[in-house]
Design a protein around this ligand. Sequence first.
Ligand SMILES: Cc1cc2nc3c(=O)[nH]c(=O)nc-3n(C[C@H](O)[C@H](O)[C@H](O)COP(=O)(O)OP(=O)(O)OC[C@H]3O[C@@H](n4cnc5c(N)ncnc54)[C@H](O)[C@@H]3O)c2cc1C
Length: 508
Amino acid sequence: MSTTTYDYVIVGAGTAGCVLAARLTENPGTQVVLLEAGGNGGPQEMASPDPLASFSLWGSSVDWAYSTTAQAGTGGAVHSWPRGKVLGGSSAINGMVHHRGHPAGYDAWEAQGATGWNHRELLPFFRRSETAEGRDPQVRGTDGPMRIETPPEPSALAKAAFRAAVESGHKPLEDGNGGESEGVSWRETNVVAGQRQSAADAYLRPVLDRPNLRVVTGALVRRLLMDGTHCRGVEFSAGGEVHSALSERETVLAAGTIGSPHLLMLSGIGPADHLRETGIGVVADLPGVGGNLHDHVTSYVVYSTQEQPRPGGHGAEAQVLARSSSDVAPDLLFLFVEAELQPRWTGAGPGGYSILFSLMDPASRGTLRLRSGDPAVAPLLDPAYLSDERDLERLTAALRIARELGRTDALGPRGTAELHPGPAVQDGDACRAYLRATASTYFHPVGTCRIGTDDLAVVDPGLRVRSTTGLRVADASVMPSLVSAPTNATVLAIAERAAHLMAAPAHA
Ligand SMILES: Cc1cc2nc3c(=O)[nH]c(=O)nc-3n(C[C@H](O)[C@H](O)[C@H](O)COP(=O)(O)OP(=O)(O)OC[C@H]3O[C@@H](n4cnc5c(N)ncnc54)[C@H](O)[C@@H]3O)c2cc1C
């Protein structure tokens, strides 16, 4: 057993943890330890620029391989939830899409009580995180660690999809990350020179030689060390032994939407009744911990085609952001995949193409709860998919819009037949049954340590865990609600802002 003291203890070297470690150690006088349960690397597919290659990482040494509880809203299905367990976290196994949400999604955070968390306040941190050459520097970064690329030559499918979207009335955008994101745009990626670029590649590996940064891999944090309601650091196991890392200033949880609330609850911070049921002593009754769990849900239309699939191609370069009805903010995202998607991500056959669609602003909310007080036992994950009927209505609108795209002059001749749902599925009930049977994760669970000021908020607008001292959370779990894009770019901005808040406590 060893005990070492630092200024900051950061738990989890995923998207957020890598940003925090790099930014906090820019001050050479600040001592930081970054604790990561996974290792430093894994299967060779981790370098591939093909998002579909990341399927082969599921269940591998770099995946926590979580599963949801049986979901009544999706026909009782249990959904696989891969999460990265490696330096870079989920950014090391994700689809590499770099996409900010529509401004309305961030402004909605402030409207829910996350004071100061709106699009205008976050924009400097989006810019700080990235280098996007050739873009408008008023809204895009010019010297941030995460380098952004647009695929150089879109596939024939992607070009047809872009034309199809314009033909259907979706506005063509120069830059889908340029502020206005409603319309059709070319997807940007975290790929550099043909290689995946995780948050560890962009932020952490370039600064590993800093003497004030210690990174410990294979370190499973088991609980927070609480002195009353003050957090003094963490206890972790590594190399078969139990160690302590103490923080002079703060401990920051960046263990993700699952890991962060799990650790809070294991340490007695959470809904008091639930903690007592699990035999855990209550340190702070924070009923919102583990609540508000939600995720983007997807479904798709699949067409057979006589086109030859592009070797190694995925065709997802064109993306369309649209609205399910005129009275809501943009809430539907469409991608075009050069493969025949199978239900619940069980595979992707060659020979067809799919229009994947996802609900960006789901109303359904679920919970994360402890199964056991043993840190090695995964918690119960219930995102309550499609438990709110409004989500099904909006997905029905998405199915209609996807079919409109598939019928355009630009895409129509490509799809020789609609394989799924198929021509027989037309009326409302049949569409809803199809959606429930195929709905699945888009891999973006958030919300379990929500920012806010009400009784169910977990962190305050400075990201400090309410009713405690010396403890913050900064990762995807703090999002009050999902935004209209995959989540990685937003987590980079959240962590950039967190580092800024921590370095300037007077403004926190
Ligand atoms: C398959 C998949 C595809 C995705 N595709 C995209 C995409 O294309 N574009 C996009 O924008 N987003 C995508 N995402 C989502 C995006 O990657 C995540 O939202 C983002 O990485 C979350 O960052 P985070 O810092 O909150 O958590 P993570 O990156 O998951 O990091 C959490 C880290 O904490 C560590 N940890 C957890 N518990 C402990 C513990 N007790 N002790 C020590 N360490 C611990 C984990 O091992 C992990 O490294 C995808 C995600 C997945 C899984």
